[in-house]
Design a protein. Structure first.
Length: 366
């Protein structure tokens, strides 16, 4: 019974007729590299108790449906024939204070705090109360800023910075809709302080009654934002409303049937080599468990890897808050002593790397 009800809601929401017209309303799905995290961002996340660390170099991706003028996004869905999948080879980062699984409204002031602006979530256009997500290249009103002075990276690989001088935060005035969540429950927990790598539904949807348009002339509608230090991939299925009253179009990631349409941009992988998802997830299960002591330190500190000695073969780096590497080395011992007497007083990040798996902790130098 549940599957029957949901199928009706996908394809005939408010009586919309699924139909292929002469004009196809989806111009493509656009992936924007919104932000790349630095050491200061990582420290803030650690201090605020993030379940999964915000590693230096983590990328925040924004995903938009690019629609023709007059077309509206109404459904992001998955069914048995066309699963909806959003995945990473590591885990998604979630802001521990003001983040959400699916946009449900949050104040602009809270959006300015800590790492809220790079939280992972699904959406139907909205980011904050009165603000819609837009491509940074189309943002004409600068940035709301950050109250902690973080999210200040200027790495050219991410395009425009999102705070500071000459920045664009990808936010423009609008009226966000609060999406409805149909047939999806615990699957969304990976976007809310639950470490996880894969969101999949074969019988659910994120919907907005009446559909939503973008707030710029190009009509890009934000589908979601996802922050990860791993490879990012998805398979999306969309329902859009046409300008003809009561008519819609269904787009699926692959193997369309009947009046369904498809587009190659509905499938994406940030890793061109296409490493198998199951393989990378199996690798991340081998987490690095270690401790730093003494911490704080004044002269030196030790890296002690817990567990079996046979796993003790790793690289380590110490970076300052600007992201500069100040100490690096390799060890095959369970306990490694590191000379820190030449470090300036302050906060540093110690990152362990073993077989492509990273773990980061905060070190305080007195």
């Amino acid at each position: 019974m549940k599957k029957i009800v949901l199928s009706i809601s996908f394809l005939a929401l408010s009586g919309f007729l699924t139909k292929t017209t002469a004009q196809v309303g989806l111009e493509g799905v656009v992936v924007e590299k919104f932000y790349i995290s630095n050491a200061a961002d990582s420290i803030d996340a650690l201090n605020n108790g993030a379940v999964y660390p915000l590693y230096v170099g983590s990328t925040t991706y924004r995903v938009y449906a690019n629609l023709l003028p007059g077309y509206k996004l109404v459904n992001l869905f998955g069914n048995v024939q066309h699963p909806l999948m959003i995945e990473t080879s590591t885990a998604f980062y979630n802001d521990p204070n003001f983040g959400f699984k699916v946009y449900q409204g949050t104040s602009v002031n809270n959006t300015k705090k800590n790492t809220t602006l790079i939280d992972s979530y699904l959406s139907m256009g909205g980011v904050a109360n009165g603000l819609m997500g837009v491509l940074k290249s189309e943002d004409t009103d600068g940035s709301i800023g950050n109250l902690q002075g973080i999210l200040a990276n200027t790495d050219p690989l991410m395009g425009l910075p999102i705070t500071g001088a000459n920045s664009a935060d990808g936010l423009m005035p609008g009226t966000p809709n609060t999406p409805s969540i149909l047939g999806i429950s615990n699957e969304l927990d990976i976007f809310d302080q639950t470490a996880g790598a894969s969101f999949t539904t074969t019988n659910g949807a994120v919907s907005t009654l009446g559909g939503v348009e973008g707030v710029t002339a190009s009509n890009h509608v934000l589908i979601g934002q996802f922050t990860t230090n791993g490879d990012f991939s998805f398979k999306l299925n969309l329902q859009i409303l046409t300008p003809v009253p009561g008519e819609s179009q269904i787009f699926v990631a692959d193997t369309p049937t009947g009046t369904e349409l498809t587009d190659t941009s509905l499938t994406y992988n940030s890793n061109p080599s296409g490493v198998g998802f199951e393989e990378t997830i199996a690798a991340t299960a081998l987490s690095i468990d270690y401790q730093l002591y003494p911490n704080p330190t004044s002269e030196s500190f030790a890296i002690r890897q817990k567990g079996n000695m046979t796993q003790s073969n790793y690289d380590y780096t110490v970076t300052d808050l600007s992201g500069k590497t100040v100490i690096s080395g390799h060890s095959n011992s369970q306990v490694t002593n590191v000379d820190a007497k030449d470090l300036q007083t302050g906060v540093y990040l110690v990152t362990m790397s073993q077989d492509g798996i990273l773990s980061t902790s905060k070190l305080i130098k007195n």
